[in-house]
Design a protein around this ligand. Structure first.
Ligand SMILES: Nc1ncnc2c1ncn2[C@@H]1O[C@H](COP(=O)(O)OP(=O)(O)OP(=O)(O)O)[C@@H](O)[C@H]1O
Length: 440
């Protein structure tokens, strides 16, 4: 008989004497010891109910019995039958659960390198205030806006600032997908307690792209609990998203309402001056010799996404390096030919309204107006739906551009069209045609 077998037999006997036969037969006997190391005993249980029961009601006794038998203390670990474990999967031996590997902050993402302009000044001020007094001013801070507008930059700047003031601060940056994966791995590896401990002992949690929690109920619950634990202890939470909390589909109301406890700020696309200033700060930082006229030209080409703006600058530089020519507006224009075309075909809400109005033989002012007749209501809803699909605009912005309508009206329109599209093939064809026209 191995040490493991004799230990388990002794433990089972002790439990048999200490509990009722029913409890023993239903909850204790089905558990099996599967491995024993210096300080860990792995026990396989058939269902999560068994696992919970062992953890809650039998853990202390189990440790006492084992200590008595072995003369040393061991930590029990419960594994669901058939579940993945590190010890029985050789190839996973060197894998540590991902939540132990903090994503390091990008040192470039700090307040010093962030150019403040009209579209981001409120978000910048809020982020800075939070970095200066974490946990007390705006908690959570929720930053939302379109793609590539500096949300992650600002969020990480808060983390970098906090670490500068206190290098020992526990700061964690994750995307909501990382959070989901951490959670799934923890369930699979039976390490949810460690995961919780790790997240709930942070000083600052930065969670990026929170919209990806949509439809993930279990993760939302875990996040809800993490949120509460941090918030109760006045630890700062910062989130980013491409939209406001109540526009995130299938996000539980209790999360939405908690996200509103702090401050929600929007970042909107930068105006021309800010785009030029961003480019200028980048060329200064990288010591690139490039004149203002060229910077103005590049900034004029890309107006919605700062990542693309930076990409355009890199493209122009690469083009100049290859050709050996000086960087001028005309060289930039050659380098950005493809981009230029893309910028020209960018779809705006106004173009959508016009195309939809033409398509259904109504006027653009019908689309913007309030008439409730069917021939107008449906095209109006289609135009709202397409605005959401084909532009980066938020619901409030769309509402605004449709004659100052409330964002809930827009949301209702989108839901309505989505529902119709599932069953109405004529509508499907019409929308396909409209999209093709808009993209041509
Ligand atoms: N105001 C700014 N000043 C300087 N650089 C900026 C500014 N805003 C954005 N950037 C730069 O633009 C790039 C994209 O920014 P970032 O990744 O923060 O955008 P995002 O809003 O998080 O995008 P996504 O929605 O794709 O996650 C980064 O390199 C960032 O440093």
């Amino acid at each position: 008989m191995t040490e493991l077998d004799s230990l388990w037999e002794a433990i089972q006997n002790s439990f048999r004497q200490d509990t009722t036969p029913v409890t023993f037969d239903t909850l204790i006997a089905p558990a099996k010891a599967i491995s024993l190391s210096q300080n860990q005993l792995e026990i396989e249980v058939p269902t999560p109910v068994h696992r919970d029961f062992w953890r809650k009601n039998l853990n202390t006794q189990l440790k006492d019995f084992a200590q008595r038998e072995l003369g040393r203390s061991i930590e029990p670990r419960y594994i669901l039958e058939g579940e993945f474990t590190y010890t029985n999967k050789k190839d996973a031996e060197n894998t540590t659960p991902s939540f132990e590997m903090d994503t390091p902050l990008n040192p470039h993402y700090n307040f010093g390198t962030f150019v403040v302009g009209e579209g981001n000044k409120m978000a910048h001020a809020a982020a800075f205030a939070v970095a200066e007094s974490p946990g007390s001013l705006y908690n959570p801070l929720f930053i939302y806006g379109g793609v590539g507008l500096g949300k992650t930059h600002l969020m990480e700047a808060i983390g970098n600032h906090m670490l500068q003031v206190n290098p020992k601060a526990r700061v964690k940056y994750v995307t909501s997908e990382d959070f989901t994966n951490d959670y799934i791995n923890a369930i699979r590896n039976n390490t949810t307690e460690q995961l919780r401990e790790e997240y709930r002992n942070l000083d600052l949690l930065l969670i990026d792209d929170i919209q990806f929690l949509a439809n993930k109920e279990g993760t939302q619950l875990e996040f809800f609990n993490t949120f509460n634990a941090l918030h109760d202890r006045k630890k700062q939470i910062v989130m980013t998203s491409d939209r406001i909390p109540n526009e995130i589909p299938e996000l539980q109301d209790r999360l939405v309402s908690r996200f509103r406890w702090g401050l929600t700020v929007e970042i909107t696309p930068p105006d021309l001056e800010t785009r030029i200033a961003i480019l200028r700060s980048k060329v200064e930082e990288d010591h690139i010799d490039i004149g203002n006229d060229t910077l103005n030209y590049i900034a004029g080409q890309i107006d919605t996404n700062i990542r693309e703006l930076e990409g355009a600058l890199t493209k122009v530089q690469a083009f100049a390096n290859l050709s050996g020519d000086r960087i001028t507006p005309s060289l930039a224009s050659q380098a950005l030919k493809g981009l230029h075309r893309a910028a020209n075909t960018e779809i705006t809400i106004a173009t959508i309204q016009k195309q939809v109005a033409d398509f259904y033989n109504i006027t653009q002012s019908d689309i913007l107006g309030k008439k409730r007749v069917k021939q107008i209501v449906m095209p109006r809803q289609i135009a709202m739906y397409l605005s959401r699909e084909l532009t980066d605009s938020s619901l409030p912005k769309i509402g605004n551009e449709f004659g100052g309508k409330d964002h809930t009206t827009v949301l209702h329109a989108i839901d309505k069209i989505e529902a119709e599209l599932k069953k109405d093939t004529d509508l499907q064809n019409e929308i396909t045609k409209l999209k093709a026209k808009l993209r041509s």
